[in-house]
Design a protein around this ligand. Sequence first.
Ligand SMILES: Cc1ncc(COP(=O)(O)O)c(C=O)c1O
Length: 475
Amino acid sequence: MADPLADRDALDSTLEFAANEARRYVEALSGDPVSLDGSEAIIEGWSDPMPEAGDGSLAALRELAARGRETAMRSSGPRFFHFVTGGGTPAAIGADWLTSAYDQAAYAWASSPFAARLEQVAIDWLRQLFELPAAFGGVLTTGATMANFVALAAARNWWGERLGVDVEQEGIASLSGPLIASSGYLHPSAVQAIGMLGLGQGNIRRLVRDRVGRFDVERLDRELTLHGEPAIVIANAGEVNSGDFDPIEAIADVVERHHAWLHVDGAFGLFARLAPEARRLTAGIERADSVIADGHKWLNVPYDCGFAFVRQHGRLSRALNVGAPYLPTAEDLHPNFGFIAPENSRRARALAVWATLRAYGRVGYSQMVQRHLALAQHLADRVDAAPDLERLADVPLNIVCFRARPPGTSEEGLDELNQRLGEAVRADGRVCVGTTTYGGRVALRPAIVNWQTEERDVDLLVDVVRELITTRVVE
Ligand SMILES: Cc1ncc(COP(=O)(O)O)c(C=O)c1O
């Protein structure tokens, strides 16, 4: 097989094969272990010489599928509790397949009116879902890191403007970096975005009042008074170790008094707005200048998808848009999301967002989030009832931070023991959960965001952890 054109007749059988294979994979997710025995060794053993003459699409996909079936981490399944990783709802997966088939360039109206209009609708549906004010405009990104980047680019330009500098044109060299205040809950991706924007990671001040990093809001007031210049304040809606929130309303009061920019990272925590029992945690978010969240977390659309909202949405296009004679101009009133995104070449992520919201609506998402919050409480109850486990944090949302503490074990050995436990869980493969350091102590931090997760999955997590404590960790 040489020229792909000669493979055109295989399209039907290849796509049918892919659909069947994908269906089998997704259907099996609820029963499969998260990682299959020996998969890493298999992967390491692959040798892949660059093919001189190819085998054609069906043979290639057959081999790919055999490898995927044997080694793919079932991270989109219900027992992957590591990071904060969602799966793909049926509607989102189906729409994602069509996204590849349609292969729209979601740059501008001129390249795809279909993708442009659906992104406009999807962004507005998301805004409505999270009950953000109508003034907010937004854009889809690859994830929360780039959503933070886009929103903080708008903040950077606002900051330059307040100091009389057009940073897009002049850069920031004439300015000394802004004060960027946050708590210990600040996610590394926001730090990364600040670095990429040239704002200086060293200008971040973490105003913390305790060992776990809670926001010292009184100190924020003092720091902003002392600093005296426009500042950027980042509030965190959902901290990755415990799901805790910065006190957004109190922060918004201080920010307003000092005319600072308030950015809220709600990568997964923004979804607390959908559950009556957790909504109060998000109070004040509607007063922010920018808010971001992820799609591939709690929205359960396939990787990659995030979104950024900015209140003064005109700032979005001013922050990143650079024209060229062959491109549409800013005067074009059609939606042109490539103007406000960091990349010009963009996948039509809106299709999966649109389809999943169309399929399940506000009610469906609210029910799913509430189910996950109830599962997190169930997990916390099981941890509290287990004599060899110790919960390290309250459970305001969907993450339960705990560690093994077998009776009679001294405090000194616990970090090492929990590190070994994390490795044992990973090697076991039935469930996946990550380790972290919380308040200076090594802990596990399962997060529940997958649309398929049920009580039996959470119970298996506890059973596996406790089994491994006795069989693998305690000598
Ligand atoms: C609070 C928070 N912000 C940002 C991110 C970065 O998200 P992404 O990996 O989608 O870029 C994460 C990821 O876990 C997160 O939890």
